[in-house]
Write a protein that binds this ligand. Sequence first.
Ligand SMILES: [Zn+2]
Length: 495
Amino acid sequence: MELAGQSTPRVAIYARQSVDEDQGIAQQIEDCRTEVFRRGWRVVAEYQDNDTSASKERGPKTAWSAMLKGFDAGEFDTMIVTETSRITRSLGDVLDIRPPRRDIRVVVAREGIDTELDDFMLKQLVLLAEREVRIKTERAARYAVGRRLAGHPTPGMPPHGYRWVPSIERDAAGTRYRIDETEAEDIRQIFSEFLAGAPLAQVARDLNDDGKLTRRGARWDATMVRRVLLNPLYAALLPPAQPTGKFDATSIDLEACTPGAWQAIVERHQLVASRGRLIGVRPNHSGTARKWLLSGLAVCGSCSRPVRSASGQTHPTAPVDGGSAAPSRRYHAYRCPNGHFMRNGDIIDEYVAEVCIARLARKDAADLLAPRSDWMDVATLNSTREALKRRRQSIASFVARGLMTDTDADESLVSIAHELQSIGDQIALAVLEDPLAEVAAVEDVRDWWMGASLARRRLVVEALMAVKIHPVGNGKRVTTLSGAAATISVEWITR
Ligand SMILES: [Zn+2]
């Protein structure tokens, strides 16, 4: 309904799309163009905001802001959108385009709004939209609190060892994490090797050597192993919400965690122990990952320095009949850092392994593997801990009922806090696994040894014996177990 003498409206199209929407910007533009054409008006500008939410403030870099500048520069007088919700879900934005601040004529194609005829309807629709956003936000917040109280984890990729259960597949309890047995094995191995004393880098190396990869298909490294050992989710503990972007696994207070509504992969005391050993220790102090059984463990028979691994090289000589020499090959070797020897490592490893297996298979090995006398009972410590927590709770209720003064309560709470701390330390100590404990329950020692990780074998050797490797004469090669026995001495460690 153009009046004679009035100039044709110069129109700016505004289209907006937020991240979670699938209605394309192209479609919005197309619909607006059609409407402008139908009215016989003229499009002079098109503004598009991609991935821009209608309920957040739109900064100076957005098309919205550019559009306001365009209007102020007199480039257009009318703007068109497909729906009110494309303009905004906040009344504040409407005030930017309508009097008294600016007088942009607004046309909403699909809702039949034209502010030239009716300004009220536009504001009404925006108010409704604003209310809808508020209700949705509140509902989401309430839902998040309820979910957390029920012990359900935040949606997202669960850590290695768990699978996310989609809502249609959940059980009556609404369990979100399901154990992935293959991955969970890696997690159990990480905890048990670390608690038996293996360095982080060694644990990672052994996983890699077994062909185990992270879920993303990457090789394990010390940092990833450390992250696993700090993660409360593995003991089915849901940490309190942390400010986004500031996640720090070491600062989580286990006492403040909610019991998680899923199955744990490791025991709580294992987590407490691993965190106790890692927190406060520099992250890069992860120890050396060894490739061989005795590097750094065995010592030189002449100077007692720990041996290092080396890569030997064969020097085949050409046969006298004029044929060509066999190609030179590299082999695993140990050497004394002071140069007393360099010896083929395979036969030495084999000999030490045989000695170890034979010792562990002996009838009296049980004495060797008996729990240490200073061994503390984790179950007892745990129940003491629970009792302390119950006492803490009843103090709170005494105060609430006026049966105890604040001062008395403070004193008791401080002493309980100290006791809890000390129990926590004792649990952490007690749970540090004896590297030999696992062998005690084994039927076939040789079989166990073959399946054990290098970290575990090294820990067993370290716990059982002191190995000395002696120099042999130049050019003399030891290739048999009896030859090795004559040049390697083993001293048993009494525990
Ligand atoms: Zn030496």
